[in-house]
Design a protein around this ligand. Structure first.
Ligand code: CP
Length: 300
């Protein structure tokens, strides 16, 4: 049984297979490869993109999906998450997709070895399918050439599970990552190049990934005034000038703090391409975990 808690559980061969399957699904609608399969989603945090993207992906492959609303589940009556999970597994789903505020929740459930667990975002630890869809967006845009690409991640890096997963996956794929953030948003320990001034990296990167300030994870307000933050870190046309830098953001975007209104309309901005690719990437992930791994369990 294979889980996806983060992308380090995937072999390089599996990552390339996900990229290839994504491209194939995007070019031609596939047969219902997962017909008869059943997935549960358990989202303990809000989501617009990830939950609906998994549902569209599952349905396009012919799988069925049941959403458990944690605010109405028996976890509210004192049932442990492990017991809730065990009860759902007793209904014999083929996989459970979970989002949770705690970093270790997906790995705890995966260790129970009942069904494949897919992490749809855990604390500030990992968001593997976002990292895979970010990787695919680069793979497609740069014609399959990932090695040596230079990416700056800008914003609330220390609180971002997207940044954490992107950094681990991108480095493995030979992509050079720089971090740009004010001190409170910078991870305390990193061997990656760090910058406080966004202008310092503009002539040395092909890609900027902007991040939202993760206000829900701040124990106390970090900045009183996000207008002052935006003056230094918001990606604007004035800042980019005519540089051909690709702009990405996992969403939700805080307009005119992370990305300006004009940049969101700019052809260099890939935000909606990322969302579109996310469906095809999740189709490839579901195919890998629910179909391919079962047929070739020792995939190297
Ligand atoms: N990128 C992302 O995780 O978005 P949602 O929170 O809307 O799922």
């Amino acid at each position: 049984m294979q889980h996806l808690v983060d992308t380090d559980q995937l072999t390089l061969k599996q990552i390339w297979k996900i990229l290839e399957d994504t491209a194939s699904f995007k070019s031609r609608r596939p047969a219902p490869l997962l017909s008869g399969k059943l997935l549960f989603t358990l989202f303990f945090e809000n989501s617009t993109r990830t939950r609906s993207s998994f549902e569209v992906a599952a349905k396009r492959l012919g799988a069925e999906m049941v959403h458990l609303d944690p605010s109405r589940s028996s976890t509210k009556k004192g049932e442990t998450l492990e017991d809730t999970f065990a009860n759902l597994c007793a209904m014999e789903p083929d996989g459970v997709i979970i989002r949770h505020s705690e970093n270790d929740t997906p790995s705890r459930l995966a260790e129970m070895e009942r069904v494949p667990v897919i992490n749809a975002g855990a604390g500030n630890y990992a968001h593997p399918t976002q990292a895979l869809l970010d990787l695919y967006t680069l793979y497609e845009w740069f014609g399959g050439e990932l090695e040596g690409l230079r990416v700056a991640i800008v914003g609330d890096i220390v609180n971002s599970r997207v940044a954490a997963s992107d950094i681990r996956l991108f480095r493995r794929m030979g992509i050079q990552v720089s971090l740009v953030a004010p001190k409170p948003f910078m991870p305390p320990v990193t061997d990656l190049p760090q910058f406080e001034d966004l202008r310092e990296v503009l002539d040395d990167v092909e890609v900027i990934i902007s991040l939202r300030a993760q206000l829900e994870r701040h124990k106390k307000p970090i900045f009183d005034d996000y207008a002052a933050y935006a003056r230094r870190y918001c990606i604007t046309e004035e800042l980019l000038e005519d540089r051909g830098i690709v702009i990405m953001h996992p969403g939700p975007v805080m307009r005119n703090i992370d990305l300006s209104d004009e940049i969101l309309e700019d052809p260099r901005c890939m935000v909606l391409d990322q969302v579109k690719n996310g469906v095809y990437v999740r189709m490839a992930v579901l195919k890998l975990l629910l179909l391919d791994v079962r047929n070739t369990p020792m995939d190297a």
